[in-house]
Structure formats: C-alpha cells, structure tokens
Design a protein around this ligand. Structure first.
Ligand SMILES: [Mg+2]
Length: 228
C-alpha cells in the first residue's frame, strides 16, 4: 500500500465517548444539585446507572428516578449544558505516538467526525486537535445530509490533503458509518475495536465491512500499513 494520508473518526477512535459522557454528566449533576438541592453524587450516580441501561431520555428518567418534578424546559436546559460544556477528555494513550509516527514518515492526517458541530468542536479543542491534524471536517458544518456514510466529506478531505482515494486510509469504530466509503471509492478502511466502545455491536451499513481490523493504533505503524 502507498498510504499518503490517514484520516480518523473522533468518538471511540481518538477519544473515549464514555469519558465524554462522564464529563458531561459531571457538569449536569452540579447544575441539578444547585438548582434542586439534591446531593451531587446521587445525581451523577443515577445518570450513570440509567445511561448504562439505556442511553435514551436519560435526563427525563433521572428526574423521575429522583422524584423531582420537572418541565420540558428543564430537559432542554440540561441538554444544552451537556452539549456545550468544555469537556475534560484526553486522546487514548496510543494516539499521540501514532500521530507522531505518521508525521515523521511524511504521512498527512485528518479527522472526519459526525455529531453536533458545537459539541464536536468542544471535544476537538479539548485535545488541541488542530495542532495534530492537517485538516478537520465536522460533517455537521456541511449539513445534516452530509454526515457519514455520505461520501462528500471524504471527497473534500482527499481534495484538501491533495491525495487520491487509494492513497487514503480511514480509521473508525462504527460499522454503521465508517467503512461504507470503500464501496464508493478505493479508500482503505480500518476498524479499531476498543474495549467498551459504544457502537461495537452495530450492523455494517449495507453489509460493507472494513479492509482491516486493529485493536490499537500501534498496529498502523510498520510495513503492512503505513510508512514502511
Ligand atoms: Mg466513532
């Protein structure tokens, strides 16, 4: 393979979605504690337990579980707080060594991420992503229609980095959106399987699987992948 650029997904590829959720729940717990006079750790623990069982309507269920009367406005406020908070998150341990390796081998790097633009940029800023990547695309800025697996953000990335599709590798974790691109363009797709990733059990979009599967970014280094 002649890989000139490696492009990454963000959530559960470069950073832990669980770490982000924990960070958001901390901010929400503090707010609910101040506002409703409930012990902060009780709110935090409740949020975690409810989220572990089911990620939907967690804030509504938290109020119900703690027997706090609430209105839709309270839910909106908590969602806004959560999505707009400055998260306490870090790259996974294997990320910086991998990015350093790629840079030292003259390989360009990028990020293509879905999710609300404000939220995704807060995450990217929290890890100083702009220092580490040649180009970052938050698909939400292109419009909701262009979230992955739409090929447009990949076209844009190849153009920005000045590489052909067959010189580009995309590393992600989510079978519903990260590997389908290889059925449109000859992008090499790599699935990273990390412990506890939220989307690990999702089905492949249109049945399109990755080219390669890895468990750590360290596996991207070396003769079989990049920079031999
Ligand atoms: Mg992901």
């Amino acid at each position: 393979m002649n890989i000139q650029a490696v492009v990454f997904d963000l959530d559960d590829t470069l950073i832990s979605e669980k770490q982000y959720v924990t960070s958001g729940f901390r901010v929400v717990s503090r707010f609910v504690s101040d506002r409703f006079g409930i012990d902060e750790s009780a709110v935090f623990d409740t949020l975690h337990q409810l989220f572990a069982a089911d990620s939907k309507r967690v804030f509504n269920r938290m109020f119900e579980e703690l027997r706090i009367p609430y209105q839709e406005d309270d839910i909106r406020r908590l969602i806004e707080l959560y999505r707009n908070h400055n998260p306490q998150i870090e790259f996974f341990d294997d990320v910086i060594p991998c990015l350093t390796y790629l840079r030292n081998h003259g390989v360009k790097t990028g990020v293509i991420t879905d999710g609300y633009k404000v939220t995704q940029w807060k995450k990217l800023k929290a890890v100083s992503a702009e220092i580490w990547f040649d180009h970052i695309i938050v698909t939400d800025e292109l419009g909701k229609d262009f979230w992955k697996p739409h090929p447009y953000p990949f076209e844009l990335m190849a153009e920005k980095l000045g590489v052909q599709f067959n010189q580009m590798m995309y590393v992600g974790d989510n079978p519903e959106k990260d590997f389908y691109i290889r059925s449109v363009y000859p992008v090499i797709t790599v699935r990273i399987v990390r412990d506890g990733s939220i989307y690990a059990k999702k089905p492949y979009y249109c049945g399109v699987k990755e080219n390669f599967k890895i468990e750590s970014m360290h596996e991207l280094k070396g003769a079989n992948f990049v920079g031999s």
